[in-house]
Design a protein around this ligand. Structure first.
Ligand SMILES: Nc1ncnc2c1ncn2[C@@H]1O[C@H](COP(=O)(O)OP(=O)(O)O)[C@@H](O)[C@H]1O
Ligand SMILES: [Mg+2]
Length: 314
């Protein structure tokens, strides 16, 4: 095994005729990362992950896993790597355990104890004898992770593992991913919803229309992003005047006794001081959760992220 980074994508492109599914992706996943690959539906996440896993051939560029290219080095590149794209597939009429038995490596002498271990890890041991057809969506996703863990990977690539889960299922998934990360696995997971993964990921890449528009710490991104706020005060009219005069506080509107505006962290800090100095009592100051969509707006200067895409001129 080499010491190269778990995932290095350089100039990854995938075209389907005139459609550019992935327009040139560069990203690096470092050892121990829980790396969020974020972007709206149709942005190119699944296609990128397929190329990383060697399931499809890039039109241009390359993806390397621990320094090995799945197209050049074949299955050898997938040593220590596991995952799924667009949801794991199982035989619905067989039990969870039987499905794992079919996937397990028969040459591996400890495969049955490994199966029990991975069932335990994903908390499915109680239900392992039941048919997969009767599993909830969350249980199926967890079984998918169990199947991946059979390969005893150092890198897990998961395509939207939390999408479509109810809040309890999402919490279980987050706990599981945290646990796996705690055991030293490097994890790259995709999502089209920021809130699903924001507590989980130490680093993110945001893909939009096939191109990476941000790669780095999620915290840094959120701190610089303009956030919408709702403000309730004892004196909304005076608060409004102060807001309008406060640099960095924008899009100020008033509805009844509630003000709305957008601001970055520094501007909202200065505003709260200004309101205090003017003796305008704040009763509520609430930041709206920044959605991916809003982050895109901030990053792309107001151009909306619709889903149409055009062939890149080459
Ligand atoms: N096999 C394919 N043939 C044609 N177009 C495809 C194919 N796979 C994906 N696409 C298109 O590429 C774009 C990116 O798709 P995808 O990678 O699935 O996005 P995401 O996973 O981010 O939702 C979409 O416009 C999609 O319709
Ligand atoms: Mg997808």
């Amino acid at each position: 095994m080499t010491d190269a980074a778990p995932v290095i994508a350089r100039g990854l492109v995938k075209r389907y005729g005139d459609i550019v599914a992935v327009a040139g992706v560069d990203l690096t996943v470092e050892p121990g990362d829980v790396f969020g690959y974020l972007g709206p539906n149709g942005a190119g996440k699944t296609t990128s992950l397929r190329m990383m896993l060697g399931l499809i051939r890039p039109t241009a560029g390359s993806a390397k896993l621990f320094g090995r290219d799945p197209i050049v080095d074949g299955v050898k590149a997938l040593e220590g790597v596991a995952g799924f794209v667009e949801g794991p597939a199982f035989y619905p009429y067989l039990s969870g355990r039987r499905n794992l038995q079919l996937l397990a490596d028969y040459d591996e002498p400890n495969s049955s104890s490994l199966i029990e271990e991975v069932l335990e890890t994903v908390e499915l041991r109680d239900r392992a004898k039941d048919r997969v057809g009767g599993y909830s969506h969350g249980m199926r996703q967890r079984l998918g992770i169990a199947a991946a863990l059979l390969r005893q990977p150092r890198l897990l690539l998961l395509d939207e593992p939390a999408t479509g889960l109810d809040p309890a299922g999402m919490r279980d998934m987050r706990d599981l991913i945290r646990r796996l990360a705690g055991e030293g696995l490097t994890i790259m997971l995709s999502s089209h919803l920021l809130y699903e993964v924001e507590e989980l990921c130490n680093r993110v890449a945001i893909i939009r229309k096939g191109s990476i528009v941000y790669e780095g710490q999620l915290g840094d991104l959120l701190a610089t992003a303009t956030t919408s706020y709702r403000l309730k005060t004892r004196d909304p009219e005076r608060a409004r005047t102060i807001c309008l005069n406060q640099s960095g506080v924008e899009n100020v509107t008033i509805e009844g006794d509630e003000l709305r505006f957008s601001a970055d962290e520094d501007a909202v800090a200065a505003l709260s001081v200004a309101l205090g100095q003017a003796r305008v009592a704040i009763t509520q100051l609430v930041a709206e959760v920044a959605s991916l969509e809003e982050l895109f707006l901030g990053m792309t200067g107001g151009e909306s992220s619709d889903h149409d895409r055009q062939a890149v001129a080459s």
